[in-house]
Design a protein around this ligand. Structure first.
Ligand code: URA
Length: 234
């Protein structure tokens, strides 16, 4: 692939901007400045730098973000900041989208990608991927509420009750809830239907992929092949 296309596909602006960046000597390949936008560069295991920042070449971007509260999962947020403001601008430029949405006040594991098939597969209602949430509840949890969540609660506008895969109290006010669907405000609505109220919500896991404990709030990382394999297995 020529160097201009490498930068273009990785989100470094228009083709003209990419050519100019290269010609200005801002791009290195394996430690050497390359000023030729037409230079042929093998993309296999390629890393390059732009203005000193190291970038791996990836045909598709698959990312994980530790979402803080107060950010919307939208490129055009209405009332809060966008989760994209936590990421390098190259990702939005190459069409990265959120894989499903978390509410602005929900924290934790958020996946993002620019591969349409991946985004679709994980947001399709047919794809039942278990998602593990930790909900801090206003009122103490009790067995009646946990049983209601396990057996199914009827949410407004839904034709039949929705049951959690599991519902356990980690402590009096901390509910660990696993659900398969990704309906609008699902956890908050389920907890409300069971007679309690969510005060804070955190997503800990999607399928076999857990939020890395070392990743700070607001931090992001690339998903590697092992992560993707774990996710695809569900
Ligand atoms: N359920 C909710 O209520 N909110 C989220 O952000 C995710 C799941």
């Amino acid at each position: 692939m020529n160097l201009e296309s490498v930068l273009f596909t990785q989100g470094f602006g228009s083709r003209r901007q990419c050519r100019a960046r290269i010609a200005d000597g801002r791009v290195t390949i394996e430690g050497t400045v390359c000023v030729d936008p037409d230079a042929d560069v093998p993309t296999e295991a390629l890393t390059f730098t732009v203005d000193g920042i190291v970038w791996p070449y990836r045909e598709h971007a698959y990312l994980l973000l530790n979402k803080p509260a107060g950010y919307e999962c939208s490129r055009e947020p209405q009332h809060h900041l966008s989760v994209f403001s936590l990421l390098p601008p190259q990702f939005a430029a190459r069409g990265v989208q959120c894989v499903g949405r978390l509410d602005q006040d929900t924290t934790g594991l958020l996946l993002l990608s620019d591969e349409g098939k991946f985004v679709h597969a994980f947001t399709s209602p047919k794809r039942k991927v278990p998602k593990v949430y930790l909900a801090t509840t206003r009122h103490p949890l009790d067995d009646l509420q946990l049983d209601a969540l396990r057996h199914g609660v009827l949410l407004h506008g839904e034709p039949k009750p929705i049951a959690a895969v599991s519902a356990n109290a980690r402590d009096e006010h901390t509910l660990e809830l696993t659900v398969l669907e990704g309906k609008y405000h699902q956890v908050k609505r389920m907890v409300a239907a069971a007679g309690n109220r969510v005060e804070a919500l955190h997503r800990e896991r999607i399928g076999g992929l857990a939020l890395p404990p070392t990743l700070a709030e607001g931090g992001w990382q690339w998903l590697d092949e092992a992560d993707l394999g774990v996710l695809r297995k569900g």
